[in-house]
Design a protein around this ligand. Structure first.
Ligand code: ARG
Length: 461
């Protein structure tokens, strides 16, 4: 008797197993619109060049429109036996228009067809992600404008370092998203050459016009090497690598949202719409959306790794391995798009607890650097010595159980006789952030200027 776990499967016989491993229709049906768009452009060009007759071309185009309408209406029966979207469409076209359908595949192969379809899909996705990233930037910018002078602790090593402003923190993510958009746009530019007409791998003997199909499909021109064109998946890898970096950024913000919203921090409050309750602990407001965004970055980065591994051992030109480029890419690009939508929604709707942030900013001797800077500026101490004096004052305050501004002038002068009561002016968190006016610094004044810069920038892009 065959094994219970897998025997049933083997009972299906090798033909069924081959069909299952070979078929991509389960996932590449997503490319139906691009497949039909590519076929229409190819068909029009074939007729234009006199490679097929105008009558046949008209029938084919008419038939392709019908197939498109059927798929869009959910009336199309996809068949696994027909392997992939290309053959499913062509087979239905044959049913609809008869013999003329057989002329569509002249001067083309599924190898250039799939590369073209997937490029069109990835191009649309890159444009969409760019739009979503822009919306994410706008949500962050709104928060930065509203909270340019809200004081919070800035951290290094997640230890209180120096006070910063919440607006400055938001604008840090605007910068990251700007680089993400640059990478998406850059990937799009390099992607935008048309593989169609490269045929199986060597080009074709038919007098095709590749400029014409390139133009019809919105490409900047045809690819220059047929071998490269059918075996290139760099455009997917670049989209996934830009997506991985963007997902990593979202994950870092998600982590901050998780930390900030815990009662131990109490810096922000997420709206009910982006939190869930606990089935047992009635007080809980769990930041599930943020946690899932943090986790979904794993899928995106995983898809990049997976496709790099698929591609790295392939000789030129096409190998069936390349069919494994789609599932993980679709999943990853979907995950990033959903994460961006959720993160943008969270940023727009979260509220900040300013008193709590400010109180935390004042703890942990966060203005110690301001004190050291004052000693350099006012008493002309070398910075290293000022650092040492400040260290002693921090130790003193720690022993007294107070903050730096809780030390008396006598206490301070016992460590450094030159200190005057002026020093207290730099020990407050407001003074600290207001003084950070160097370009790119956290001062509220800078944040407002930078926010205005981004407002203008985003209006133009
Ligand atoms: N379904 C295939 C893919 O996604 C289409 C190309 C098939 N080409 C071939 N020579 N078998 O890669």
């Amino acid at each position: 008797m065959s094994n219970k776990m897998w025997g049933g499967r083997f009972g299906e016989g090798p033909d069924r197993i081959m069909e299952e491993i070979n078929a991509s229709i389960g996932f590449d049906q997503r490319l139906f619109a691009q497949d039909i768009q590519g076929s229409k452009a190819h068909c029009t060009m074939l007729a234009e060049k006199g490679i097929i007759s105008r009558t046949d071309a008209d029938q084919i185009i008419d038939g392709l429109d019908k197939v498109l309408a059927e798929i869009e209406a959910g009336e199309f029966a996809f068949s696994r036996e027909l392997e992939d979207i290309h053959m499913n469409v062509e087979s239905r076209l044959t049913e609809l228009v008869g013999a003329a359908a057989g002329r569509l595949h002249t001067a083309r192969s599924r190898n250039d067809q799939v590369a073209t379809d997937f490029k069109l899909y990835v191009r649309d996705t890159l444009d969409h992600l760019d739009e979503q990233l822009k919306d994410f930037q706008l949500a962050l910018l709104e928060k930065a404008e509203a909270h340019a002078d809200a004081i919070m602790p800035g951290f290094t090593h997640l230890q209180t370092a120096q006070p910063v402003t919440f607006g400055h923190h938001c604008l840090a993510y605007v910068e990251m998203a700007a680089r993400d958009r640059g990478r998406m746009q850059d990937a799009r530019k390099r992607l935008n050459l048309n593989p169609l007409g490269s045929a199986a791998l060597a080009g074709t003997s038919f007098p095709i016009d590749r400029e014409m199909t390139a133009k019809a499909l919105g490409f900047d021109g045809p690819t220059r090497n047929s071998l490269d064109a059918v075996s290139d998946r760099d455009f997917v890898l670049e989209a996934l690598s830009a997506s991985s970096i963007a997902a990593m950024h979202l994950s870092r913000l998600a982590e901050e949202i998780v930390v900030w919203s815990t009662p131990g921090f109490d810096f922000i409050r997420l709206p009910d719409s982006f939190t869930t309750g606990s089935s047992i602990m009635p007080q809980k407001r769990n930041p599930d959306a943020a946690e899932l965004i943090r986790a979904k970055s794993g899928r995106v980065i995983g898809a990049l790794t997976s496709l790099l591994i698929v591609m790295k051992g392939l000789p030129l030109a096409y190998s069936k391995d390349m069919q494994e480029d789609k599932e993980a890419a679709f999943d990853a690009l979907d995950a990033l798009s959903l994460s961006l939508a959720a993160m943008t929604g969270m940023v727009r709707t979260l509220t900040i607890n300013e008193p709590s942030m400010k109180a935390a900013a004042a703890r942990g001797f966060s203005t110690a650097t301001d004190l050291a800077d004052w000693l350099v500026r006012e008493l002309n101490l070398p910075f290293r010595q000022a650092h040492h004096v400040t260290g002693s004052l921090v130790a003193k305050a720690e022993a007294r159980g107070c903050d730096l501004d809780g030390l008396s002038l006598e206490d301070m002068q016992a460590v450094e006789p030159g200190i005057t009561k002026d020093v207290y002016s730099v020990l407050g968190v407001e003074n600290s952030v207001a003084s950070r006016t160097s370009f790119g610094g956290t001062a509220p004044e800078n944040v407002r200027q930078m926010a205005a810069f981004w407002r203008k920038e985003l209006e133009q892009s």
